[in-house]
Design a protein around this ligand. Structure first.
Ligand SMILES: Cc1cc2nc3c(=O)[nH]c(=O)nc-3n(C[C@H](O)[C@H](O)[C@H](O)COP(=O)(O)OP(=O)(O)OC[C@H]3O[C@@H](n4cnc5c(N)ncnc54)[C@H](O)[C@@H]3O)c2cc1C
Length: 246
């Protein structure tokens, strides 16, 4: 049905779709497919695409991943009634630039499972062009036990982020991502290379890594904040994040 015609669409929680004005011919509800489950294998936490943000916030297996950074990122989105509705599948498929959960997922090892396309990394999904006519089945996350840091900077607790920062330290490696720049979440690849090559990360190393983020990640202006302000925030919160995970 989804591929029959472009005006057909899958509905997750419907929270975002309801606030847009896209004309839809046939809406396909996945609620009978039992995709709202969180399970574990030896190496991965497997989150069904219809799992709500509230379940991600409160599930013990997700709370254990990288200090619970994904649970924390979910917990910062509006209120509990909203999080009981919005799904992780809708968040990942929406690829929203302001997404808190995508920033947190960007510093974890994440494999997406699609009905037709099969397995794909989150990074590939975020950078592919155009609309994807496929159904997301699950989000598979490596059982990371490293230290994680997530910061959402916003004007009020109900606002979209001015900037999102995520840092993860696992097996001696750092992963760093920034979202709501206002562009979509990206890994700070050059800064990660720099810090991961350091024998020991001291204060000078922390500062050099934060500087590298500013030099190599693009920041823009929007109605929420200027590019300069976002850069100043990034510099401060990247440094705090690295210190915290150390
Ligand atoms: C008022 C408001 C404020 C918000 N504030 C924030 C915020 O501060 N931070 C934040 O991170 N997020 C925020 N969000 C986004 C929210 O967290 C969800 O990401 C969003 O609502 C999408 O989830 P959903 O379940 O509602 O998806 P839906 O609205 O049902 O679907 C969204 C899109 O994904 C597609 N889709 C859904 N599920 C699947 C699937 N399994 N396979 C294929 N395609 C699928 C749909 O066809 C649609 O195109 C906000 C949303 C709203 C409405």
């Amino acid at each position: 049905m989804l591929t029959d015609q472009p005006a057909n669409a899958v509905i997750g929680g419907g929270a975002w779709m309801k606030s847009t004005r896209v004309n839809i011919d046939t809406l396909i509800d996945l609620c009978d497919l039992k995709l709202d489950d969180i399970s574990e294998t030896a190496d991965e936490v497997v989150i069904g695409a219809m799992t709500t943000l509230r379940a991600i916030e409160t599930h013990p297996a997700v709370q254990k991943l990288a200090d619970g950074m994904l649970s924390k990122a979910s917990s910062l989105i509006l209120g509990v009634p909203f999080r009981n509705l919005a799904t992780i599948g809708g968040s990942v498929m929406g690829r929203y630039a302001f997404s808190d959960v995508i920033t947190a997922l960007s510093v974890l090892e994440v494999t997406l499972e699609f009905h037709h396309a099969g397995k794909m990394s989150l990074q590939e999904h975020m950078t592919r062009k155009g609309k994807m006519n496929d159904i997301l089945i699950a989000i598979r996350i490596n059982k990371h036990t490293g230290k994680g840091y997530f910061k959402k900077v916003s004007n009020t607790v109900l606002d979209f982020a001015i900037l999102n920062v995520a840092v993860h330290h696992v097996n001696g490696q750092f992963w760093i991502a920034l979202g709501s720049r206002p562009g979509a979440a990206v890994r700070a690849e050059e800064a990660m290379k720099l810090i991961n090559a350091m024998k020991q990360v001291d204060e000078a190393g922390v500062a050099a890594t934060a500087d590298k983020v500013i030099e190599t990640v693009s920041f823009g202006s929007s109605h929420l904040a200027s590019a300069d302000y976002r850069q100043a925030l990034a510099k401060t919160y990247i440094a705090r994040g690295i210190r915290e995970v150390l």
